[in-house]
Design a protein around this ligand. Structure first.
Ligand SMILES: Cc1cc2nc3c(=O)[nH]c(=O)nc-3n(C[C@H](O)[C@H](O)[C@H](O)COP(=O)(O)OP(=O)(O)OC[C@H]3O[C@@H](n4cnc5c(N)ncnc54)[C@H](O)[C@@H]3O)c2cc1C
Ligand code: FES
Length: 296
């Protein structure tokens, strides 16, 4: 698992193979390490993240959105949020060299979830780490069924449009449901084509509409999205009878070192402290109940 990448603050050089515009604010970067040995050994669990470093500019944590089953390259979906990510959007192009260290964090407990149904609940950019599980399942049939609920403001802001549209057409045991707050042209077209899979409103509305059609009581649930989404989605999942010990969420906090040294990502109080970079970013509902401040 490339320990050399964990123990250096610079990381290993990687070449950008491709940059794809996903929306007006998010791009998908496909990278390959210059060192073939690292390419062959680099392994990760969906839900883990890497630190993306541009020397002289800065670095930031970013979830891996490709699947560990697709080896030899890494994909990262990067939103233009502030200083460093703006630089990346404007200056890092095909052929650029950046530095990657990791993988960090715990990732999703895939073995525990094996052969059960899984419900993925994504909001906005939260689709990025969940895509890693989705692709993993497409390659390995790890779950008995996969239900993806993806809420976005409008079609323009939807990530991975091509892949989602392919899955909407129907794919064996993968079931995709979308919710749009605003119905733009793209959303209208999808509603026309896939009326039963699309809801106007929030992702919790889509969960409610599918109340009788998804085996929530037997499922694991994994959610990722903007902080405001969590408490509403947890409440809805509990109401739909998902077992509390089967609810997982991936959380983002400001990070600096990514390896438990700087304390930037600490949450909780003296009775229960968590380092989001080490103990997370994937947490259970029980962690949330016992750790003050994990979700707002
Ligand atoms: C575990 C983890 C996984 C992440 N995965 C992804 C990903 O897959 N794709 C992606 O685009 N981004 C991801 N992020 C967020 C990303 O790290 C931040 O957007 C990035 O650090 C912003 O850096 P910047 O210098 O461009 O912005 P800054 O100039 O530092 O900040 C710009 C704005 O972004 C906000 N911001 C900065 N960091 C965070 C954060 N961690 N959470 C919420 N708001 C933040 C600031 O408050 C400010 O409003 C992840 C963060 C974590 C901790
Ligand atoms: S980011 Fe430094 S301790 Fe977590």
């Amino acid at each position: 698992m490339g320990d050399n990448l964990k123990n250096t603050y610079l990381g290993a050089p990687a070449r950008v193979l491709e940059v794809e515009n996903l929306t007006s604010i998010e791009k998908l970067y496909t990278l390959r390490f210059l060192d073939n040995d690292i390419n062959n050994k680099f392994n990760f669990i969906p839900g883990q993240f890497v630190m993306f470093n541009v020397p002289g500019i800065g670095e930031f944590p970013v979830s891996i959105c490709s699947s560990p089953t697709r080896t030899g390259y890494l994909q990262l979906c990067i939103r233009r949020a502030g200083r460093v990510t703006k630089y990346v959007h404007e200056n890092i192009v095909e052929g650029s060299i950046v530095y990657i260290r990791g993988p960090y964090g715990n990732g999703f407990p895939l073995e525990e979830m094996k052969n059960s149904p899984i419900v993925l609940v994504a909001g906005g950019l939260g689709m990025a780490p969940l895509r890693s599980i989705l692709l993993y399942h497409l390659d390995t049939q790890h779950f008995s069924d996969l239900y993806l609920f993806y809420g976005v403001r409008n079609y323009e802001l939807m990530l991975f449009k091509r892949e989602i549209r392919t899955l909407l057409r129907g794919y064996y045991n993968v079931h995709v449901y979308l919710s749009f707050e605003d119905i733009d042209r793209g959303a209208r077209e999808l509603i026309r084509l896939y009326r039963k899979s699309i809801v106007r409103g929030m992702v919790t509305d889509a969960l409610e509409v599918l109340r009788g059609s998804v085996p929530f009581e037997e499922s694991y649930a994994v959610m990722c999205g903007p902080p405001v989404m969590y408490k509403f989605v947890v409440k809805k999942l509990l109401d739909l009878k998902v077992r509390p010990d089967r609810i997982y969420m991936t959380l983002e906090r400001r990070m600096k070192c990514g390896i438990g040294k700087c304390g930037h990502c600490i949450v909780g109080t003296s009775t229960s402290i968590k380092y989001v970079c080490l103990d997370g970013p994937v947490f259970t509902y029980w962690d949330v109940l016992s750790t003050k401040g994990l979700i707002e």
